[in-house]
Ligand binder design. Sequence first.
Ligand code: MCA
Ligand code: AMP
Length: 505
Amino acid sequence: MSPLFPALTEALADPDGTAAHRSALRFGDRSLTYGELAATAAALASRIGQAERIAVWATPTLETAVAVVAALLAGVPAVPLNPKSGGSELGHIVADSAPTLVLAAPGDQLPPTLAALERIDVDIEGIEGEGEGGVRVPRSAAPPAPGALDLAPESPALVVYTSGTTGPPKGAVIPRRAIATTLDALADAWQWTGDDVLVHGLPLFHVHGLILGILGPLRRGGSVRHLGRFETAGVTRELNAGATMLFGVPTMYHRIAETLPDDPALAKALARARLLVSGSAALPVHDHERIAEATGRRVIERYGMTETLMNTSVRADGEPRAGTVGVPLPGVELRLTEEDGTTTVEAFDGETVGEIQVRGPNLFTEYLNRPDATAAAFTADGWFRTGDVAVRDPDGYVRIVGRKATDLIKSGGYKIGAGEIENALLEHLGVREAAVTGEPDADLGERIVAWIVPTDPQSPPSAGELADHVADRLAPHKRPRVVHYLDALPRNDMGKIMKRALAHD
Ligand code: MCA
Ligand code: AMP
C-alpha cells in the first residue's frame, strides 16, 4: 500500500525540501509544518515502539493530532478517548481495548481509570524554533521503523467507540485501507487537494473530526486549522485568513444560521469558502435555506458512519440538493432493502423506502471482542446493515428519511444509545424505573428525554442531579436535557416498555 501520508513521507525523506516547509496543523497560535510534524511524530513513534494498542487522550489540541499520526507511523492501533468520558464509560473502553499505554499532552490530568497505564507525554515543545516562519529543528528526531509508513492495508489503524441501542459502546476496528479509501473518495467528490485549508471545531475522538478533519488534510498534503471549540467568530476569522473548507455537524450550521442575520462578516466569510460540508446527522432544510439566502453558498451533505466511514456525498461538481446526502462515493456499493433485510428495492422514485446497506473498501473490519455483534451487522452476502432508512431520487441521490432503531438518538451529531443512559439512570438510588427517548430539538437535532419512576415519589431526584449523574458516568453529551416523572412506565402485555406511548404523552 502506498503511504497514508505522502507529504509526511516526503518531508521525512527530505527535511529541507519545499514539502517540509508547508503548513500542516494549526491549533490556535500553535502550528506545525510537515517537516516539524514528521520529525515530532517520528520521534514519538519510536517511543511507542511495539505496543499492541495505545490510548490517546483526545483533547482538541495539537498533541492529539501528533499522537494519532505517531501511532499511525508506528503501525500501532490507537484508541481515541473522549476526555470528558465519565468513569463507567472510560472504564469499559479501557477494559475492552486494553491499551498498554496512553499518550497525553504534558500537564493533562488523567483520571484514575488510566492510572495503571504507562503514560507518554506528547512533547511538542521538544521542537526548538526560530519563531514564526523559521526553520525549526526537533531535538530528538528519530526515523520511523523501516517500513512503518507502508504497512499492510488491513492492519488496524484506529479503534473508535460507538454507541449501540443497548449496552456499552462497541469499538469499531478501522483498518488503514478504509481510511485511505474514504479520504481518496472524498477527494474525488470534493476536488479536495493539498491547496485546501480546512477549518473546523469538531471533537477529535470520532470519525468526523479526527479522520476527516485531521487525517483528511494530511493525506492531501494540505492543512487544517482547528478552532479548539466551535465558535462562529473562529469560522469568520479563518475563512477570511485563507481557509477554503468548513466541516461541521448540523448543530454548528444551525448556530451559523441563527447568527447570520446579525453578523454580516460571517456571511461574507462563508461566501468566500470553496466548500461548506455538513455531516453526522441530517441538516434541516430550513437551515440549508437560511444559509444559502444569507451567503449565496449551499452547504453540501455527506453521509457516513463510524463503521463505514463515508458512503455518499453531494459532489462539488454535482447539483447541491438540500435534504439529500448525494450519491454513493467511488468504490462504495449501496443498496436499499425491504423489511426482510435481503430483498433489494430497485425503485429510484423518491418514494420507496428501504434500509441502506453498503459494501466496499471503506468498511471497518469488526467490533473489537464482539464477534456476535460483528456477525449481526452484516448480511450473509457481506453487506453492512446501516439501520438508516432512505429513498432514492431518479438520478440516484439518496435521501435519508429515518432509522430502524428508535433507541438510537443523534444529539449534536453524537450517536447515543437509549439503553446506556437507562442503565446509568437505574444506578441512581432515587430511580426505580427509567426509559429514554429522543425528541426533536432545533439546535441539537434531537434532545435526550428521560422518563423516570422515582423510588420515592415524595422526593424524586431533580433533573439537574440526574443530568450530573449521567454526565459523570458516561459523558456530558449523554445527559438528559428533560426529565419527566411518572407513576409507572407504560408497558405492553409482555412487560416491554412502550416508548412510542411515552413520546406521544
Ligand atoms: C453542561 N455541561 C455539563 C453539564 N451541563 N457538563 C457536565 N455535567 C453537566 N450536567 C457542559 C458541557 O460539557 C459543555 O462544556 C457545555 O456545558 C455545553 O454543553 P452542551 O450544550 O452539551 O454542548 P454544546 O456546546 O452545545 O455542544 C454542541 C456541539 C457538540 C459543539 C455541536 O455537540 C459537538 O461538538 N458535536 C460534535 C459531535 C461529533 O463530532 N459527532 C461525529 C460522530 P464545554 O462547552 O466545555 O464542552 S462521527 C459520525 O457521526 C459519522 C462518522 C459521521 O457521519 O460524521
Ligand atoms: P455514528 O455511528 O456516530 O458514526 O453515526 C452514524 C449515523 O449518523 C448514520 O448511521 C446516520 O444515521 C447519521 N448520519 C451521518 N451523516 C448523516 C447525514 N448527512 N444525514 C443524515 N444522517 C446522517
